[in-house]
Design a protein around this ligand. Sequence first.
Ligand code: GRF
Length: 191
Amino acid sequence: TNIAVFASGTGSNFDAIIDAIENGILDARVRLLVCDRIGAPVIEKAQNHEIDTVVYRPKSFENKAAYETAVLEDCKQRDVDFIVLAGYMRLIGPTLLKPYERRIVNIHPSLLPAFPGKDAIGQALAQKVKVTGVTVHYVDDGMDTGPIIAQEAIKIEKNATAEDVKQSIQAVEHRLYPEVIQSLFIKEESL
Ligand code: GRF
């Protein structure tokens, strides 16, 4: 399966996906990184693996549809059939959702529907919850609202800092995301 990863930031999940492919856990090829933030660390990670990268400044487009049309063209050129969001800080609009219906997934650092949006870990700590976790879901036009595919919980220990929780969450994310993506591919094959 040809995938595109969309990311805006650090790219630790991007790296985890590449590692999983190299280790035979995920049967996919990353054909493209789409990044919407100039200078994001994930760009260098893609270059280290010689993965095609497009970096956009969405603001320099006339509107969201024009930006997404450019991205769609990049994906089509490389026969991308599945899109993986990994820290992509932007809502997906109809220009991409229609052609990739049920073929775009996202990972979010909370047990959705709790704590959608930005800083899910900070939100969880502010609410003093004792359990949070990771959700992988299909993407729709809302903010972290699409149908849930998989979830895994982690405990928040007493006195845990945001950094502690982030470490536990990311350890789960890096294992869970490639596994779940692979399970979707297998499901699709058997249809
Ligand atoms: C992850 O925690 C993911 O759940 C959220 O954004 C973060 C991205 O981290 N959507 P990274 O860029 O993959 O390191």
